[in-house]
Design a binder for this molecule. Structure first.
Ligand code: GLA
Length: 728
């Protein structure tokens, strides 16, 4: 139902049909508010985003009304302000003068959607700007839809999802930078004059190097538990650009959208283009507060397919065996994980290929049939073995990619992205290419990989969906010659279409999102995935850092955290005690990634203890509220985080010693998120094999004491770590 709602100070509400209207539109969540000025025939203006205020007049009286274009279009706003939208019209005109023509608002699930319709003064281009405000969580999504009413195609030269204006001050941004095996290092910096751009141009994945999320701390240097903080996540899996532009002493402008480089999108007559959604939050409780809002939104509003469900404890075969799998080894691994108390076994890469069996990474992608030499009795023997052991079975695929050495490439070389006449640039293994997801036949093929696996093996409960290649060959043999520039975008639209089809048929299968580790941890794909592989680096010390950065935006039940083997090759043979390795993996969705056969008795015993304890702690860890207490990046020698349940009756607290030297001060850690008036008992969990619980275990403290005075945790030896259950 279309309603003219929320126009609080309407001038002419009663005469809508005959006269122009204007007013303030408030877009509200439980604790936040975005205010826009809308005027029929005028530019839509953004006035405010922050904590809810009861009376808008106070904003004006305090001079807090920012009054800046909500969607700066090239041609509407001052040319020194970067545009969020620019269209090349069919006649060569590059301008847009957007006038608001309509406003409506409607309920959608747990949210209220506000729609502003704007039209260019001269050309028939219609732009709809959407704001979706959730009723139970402090998230507002914004996006646009651009409709080409011209007689010929137009080009979207710039098509951001959203724009925010921020008052200047001591404003800092925190964004994730990293690489393969070193993902999500939060980098904080003060915003200064000029333009700051964060972008990713991988083509297929977008969370290695730079990720499509940013935190903005409005009160100076970012703090975990205090300070006004805006969080922004672009829900998109392809190339993106986040920009900050500081042109006056008054304002910073923030823009987020698809990176238009090589992607100036051509829109046919009557065609509409919907930009990815930009999710925004505001919190008075620092970075952790903004993170909690994102986590809650992910779990409760379908942004994470798993929702509030907890993930199983699993063993993945990759780091234990790499490509060296066979039926006997798979069954041995299933024996081990079931003895430890695990719930799922995942067979990783190496199980497929007929004419070209997958022995290493140089062949076979595309040929999704069992390698009969390695698995003579097929997948059936493995799903039977899993059932007999009381565990579930999962399998690895990499459906969007192909090796040139494969039957698929022999049959359909045209399905790979490529440029006619140019030599192929080959990726992993010297033979890997990306399939053309713009092509509906390829979409059908990818759907069929999953469909065949699951119809032929209905007991498969889990899929690890990998993507180990960037788009290096920018060309599609499917897209017409004059639509090549739509490739980067249409690839991801094709992928989303395929995932939607898979989910429509298989809503319950658990699917892990992996891309050479954490290369695809983004909110564009998570609605179709249950978790993602955080990193190919499973070194527990590095994982403290990587998981810390990942938790800025993603909830614990989305983060697959596995115990590895030592010495560990990725970090030059580092050896870390099993207790520390377990404690780090327990702070997300616990799993193991090693050959259990090679474990020592101590390692086996500790792993069993860890799994048993984790089963008790898992609901709070995986679906609780995260408080990051002491950052490993602050170089205090110790890192610490905790989770609490909504009722503040239970918590789980992790402490890791990340440095070790003589006479080292161990910081007193103040907890957070507890009820100050409740009394809690600290109970140590996953106690080190052969040791007794530490002196704190069993002691009772008030929430106020824990949060105001804090606790010194005994952490003597190198890689000391502790896990406590906090029980009221
Ligand atoms: C990628 C993934 C790994 C593993 C391998 C298999 O690197 O990130 O976890 O699945 O592929 O080839």
């Amino acid at each position: 139902m279309k309603e003219k709602l929320c126009l609080l100070f309407l001038s002419f509400l009663t005469t809508l049909t005959i006269s122009a209207w204007s007013g303030d539109v408030t877009i509200e969540t439980p604790n936040t508010m975005l205010v826009l000025h809308a005027r029929e025939g005028g530019d839509l203006r953004m006035a405010y985003y922050g904590a809810r205020v009861a009376n808008l007049q106070q904003l004006r009286d305090a001079g807090a009304d920012l009054n800046s274009s909500a969607l700066p279009a090239f041609g509407t706003v001052d040319m020194v302000q970067l545009p969020a939208l620019q269209v090349l019209h069919a006649d060569g005109d590059l301008n847009l003068e957007l006038q608001t023509t309509d406003y409506s608002s409607h309920a959608e699930g747990n949210a209220q959607v506000h729609v502003f319709t704007m039209q260019d003064k001269l050309q028939p281009i219609i732009v709809r700007m959407f704001y979706k405000a959730y009723r139970q969580v402090d998230i507002i999504e914004t996006w646009t839809e651009i409709e080409n009413g011209e007689k010929k195609p137009v080009t979207l030269k710039r098509y951001d999802s959203g724009h925010l204006v921020l008052r200047q001050g001591d404003v800092w941004i925190t964004h994730m930078h990293g690489n393969w095996a070193a993902e999500t290092e939060p980098t904080s910096e003060a915003l200064t004059g000029g333009v700051k751009i964060i972008r990713n141009t991988d083509g297929a994945r977008n969370a290695h190097l730079d990720a499509p999320e940013v935190m903005v701390s409005l009160d100076g240097r970012p703090q975990e538990l205090t300070g006004r903080t805006i969080g922004a996540a672009l829900c998109w899996s392809g190339n993106f650009e986040l920009r900050f532009n500081t042109i006056s002493h008054k304002e910073h402008h923030f823009y987020a959208g698809i990176d238009p480089q090589s992607s100036e999108y051509i829109l046919d007559p009557k065609q509409k283009f919907e930009t990815p959604h930009l999710a925004l939050t505001f919190s008075n409780e620092g970075l952790s507060g903004a993170s909690r809002n994102f986590h809650r939104w992910a779990r409760t509003e379908g942004m994470l397919h798993r929702g509030m469900k907890v993930g199983d404890i699993l063993l993945n075969s990759w780091e234990g065996l790499y490509f060296d799998i066979d039926e006997a080894r798979m069954i041995q691994m299933m024996d081990d994980i079931s003895k430890f108390g695990g719930e799922l076994f995942v067979m990783d890469d190496g199980w497929f290929g007929d004419k070209y069996p997958r022995k290493n990474d140089t062949s076979s992608l595309g040929d999704w049939v069992v390698d009969k030499n390695k698995l003579p009795n097929g997948l059936r023997a493995l799903t039977d073995a899993a059932r007999e052991r009381g565990i579930k079975f999962g399998i690895w695929i990499e459906p969007e990619n192909v090796n040139t050495t494969s039957e698929l490439f022999e049959q359909h070389p045209e399905w790979a992205l490529q440029v006619k006449g140019r030599q192929l640039k080959l990726g992993r293994g010297g033979t890997q290419l990306v399939l053309d997801m713009t092509n509906p036949q390829v979409q059908d093929f990818v759907f069929k990989i999953v469909d065949d696996l699951l119809t032929q093996n209905p007991e498969i409960a889990y899929i690890k969906w990998d993507a180990n290649a960037s788009i290096q060959n920018f060309g599609s043999l499917y897209l017409p010659k004059n639509r090549q520039q739509n490739l980067y975008v249409d690839y991801h639209l094709g992928l989303l279409k395929t995932l939607q089809r898979i989910r429509a048929k298989y809503p319950d299968i658990v699917i892990q999102d992996c891309a050479s580790g954490g290369g695809r941890a983004n909110y564009g794909l998570l609605p179709y995935f249950d978790e993602f592989w955080v990193s190919d680096n499973t070194d527990a010390l590095q994982r403290v850092y990587i998981q810390w950065g990942t938790s800025l935006f993603f909830p614990a039940n989305a983060m697959a955290c596995h115990i590895n083997h030592c010495p560990y090759w990725n970090t030059g043979g580092r050896v870390i005690p099993i207790k520390f390795r377990c404690d780090v993996a327990m702070s997300g969705r616990l799993g193991i990634e090693l050959q259990p056969k090679d474990m020592t008795d101590e390692e086996r015993q500790q792993t069993s203890t860890c799994m048993a304890d984790y089963k008790q702690l898992r609901p709070v860890v995986q679906t609780g509220n995260l408080y990051r207490l002491l950052s490993p990046y602050d170089r205090k020698g110790v890192a610490s985080l905790m989770y609490t349940d909504d009722a503040q009756q239970k918590g789980v607290w992790f402490v890791y010693k990340v440095d070790n030297y003589y006479d080292q001060p161990i910081p007193r850690i103040r907890l957070a998120g507890l009820n100050p008036d409740a009394t809690y008992t600290l109970v140590e969990k996953n106690i080190r094999v052969g040791q007794r619980p530490c002196s704190l275990s069993g002691k009772r403290f008030t929430g106020r004491f824990l949060m105001e005075v804090g606790i010194e945790v005994p952490l003597r030896e190198e890689y000391a770590s502790r896990v406590f259950s906090i029980e009221s």
